[in-house]
Structures are given as structure tokens and as C-alpha cells.
Design a protein around this ligand. Structure first.
Ligand SMILES: [Zn+2]
Length: 198
């Protein structure tokens, strides 16, 4: 089962859908669904729809292949181990993969908001990189810590946003947290039985 992070219940509200935290959550959800090889366009469309993208969402296998490459680049921000590392990863993406900052209202159909892609109708991979870079940049600016992380369970590749309220999470899910707790317990028990110091 893929982990799909929390989506605000008032996602239909424009300002909620475009809040930085929602956009960053969408980035994490897309990186996770795009980790499948090859990604399933229907599953990717489901994530986009969950985050308020209006239908019809027309995604080809070529589109999702491009998005998968973009997601692999964005993953580096989530696997960075420090704020400096996350900022450096983002700076590389901003330098090499996004256009200059501009404002758009999509022809008057939305409130004005910032874009880093070249065009309102940019291809999906360019859109994913540009919209993700804006959200992750603002989160680092705002909180001065990495915007997200990868699950601490070895072998789990799920990424998530760590900027919500509450204590910092290390695992993507209760399932991963429980598995690691049980494994740690087994290790300490077998160490005790073999007489080794813990
Ligand atoms: Zn996990």
C-alpha cells in the first residue's frame, strides 16, 4: 500500500489548495507514487485529483516517465540530512531546472500566485519541478529546517513533509515505526542472551 499523506478537508478552497504546506504535501505524495517503475498514470492522476487538480487530467505514459525523472531530482531535498544539505539540493534544482520567478493569474481565473515554470501550460515534468521548488523553498525560508525527510526504516523509500504540528516524525507510518521497534527489541534481546553488552 502506498502512503498518501494528509490532504486538507477543505481542499476545494483555492487558498487551501495553494497553501505552501499543501503544495509540499502534494510533492511528497507524487514522489512516492512516481517511485513505481514504471509509474501508473491512473495512480498519479488520483494523487493530483486528491490535491484539487481539476478533471480532465490527461496523463500519458510519456508524461509520467518525465515526472518520474523530476521526482528523482526532488527526492534529493528529502534525503538531505541537514537544512544546509536540503538548501543546497534545492539551489541546484533552482539553478538548473526552473525559470525566473513570475506571477500568473492563469488569465484571470485564479488569484495571482508565483510560478517558476516558463509557461502556464508547461509540460507536467516542468510543472512538478517548478511548483515543488517554490513550496520547498518557502518552507525552508519559513522554518529554517529541512522541509521533509525519507522514512527511517531501512528499505522504505517513502518521503513525507515534517513541517506539520507535533513532534518530528521519523517514520512514514505506524507500520514502519512498529516494525523498527520490534526489530530493535529483538536485537537487544538476542544481545542480552548471548551475553554481549547492549
Ligand atoms: Zn516507511
Amino acid at each position: 500500500m502506498r502512503y498518501i499523506p494528509w490532504v486538507p478537508s477543505n481542499i476545494d478552497n483555492w487558498s487551501t489548495r495553494h497553501s505552501v504546506l499543501t503544495m509540499a504535501g502534494r510533492t511528497a505524495a507524487l514522489i512516492n507514487v512516481l517511485d513505481d517503475d514504471p509509474p501508473d498514470p491512473d495512480k498519479v492522476a488520483d494523487v493530483l485529483r486528491a490535491y484539487g487538480e481539476p478533471d480532465p487530467i490527461d496523463l500519458t505514459t510519456h508524461d509520467v516517465a518525465g515526472m518520474r525523472a523530476a521526482a528523482a531530482l526532488l527526492r534529493e531535498v528529502f534525503t538531505a540530512e541537514s537544512t544546509d544539505g536540503a538548501a543546497a539540493a534545492l539551489n541546484r534544482l533552482l539553478q538548473e531546472h526552473t525559470g525566473p520567478l513570475r506571477l500568473t493569474s492563469h488569465g484571470g481565473s485564479t488569484p495571482w500566485h508565483p510560478h517558476l515554470d516558463d509557461d502556464d501550460n508547461a509540460p507536467w515534468d516542468e510543472w512538478l519541478l517548478a511548483s515543488s521548488c517554490i513550496a520547498l523553498t518557502v518552507l525552508i525560508w519559513d522554518h529554517q529546517r529541512p522541509p521533509g525527510r525519507i522514512c527511517s526504516s531501512p528499505g522504505c523509500r517513502i518521503v513525507f513533509i515534517t513541517q506539520g504540528s507535533g513532534p518530528e516524525r521519523r517514520y512514514c507510518s505506524r507500520r514502519c515505526a512498529t516494525r523498527e521497534r520490534v526489530a530493535a527489541h529483538r536485537r537487544s534481546r538476542s544481545a542480552a542472551q548471548s551475553g554481549r553488552p547492549e
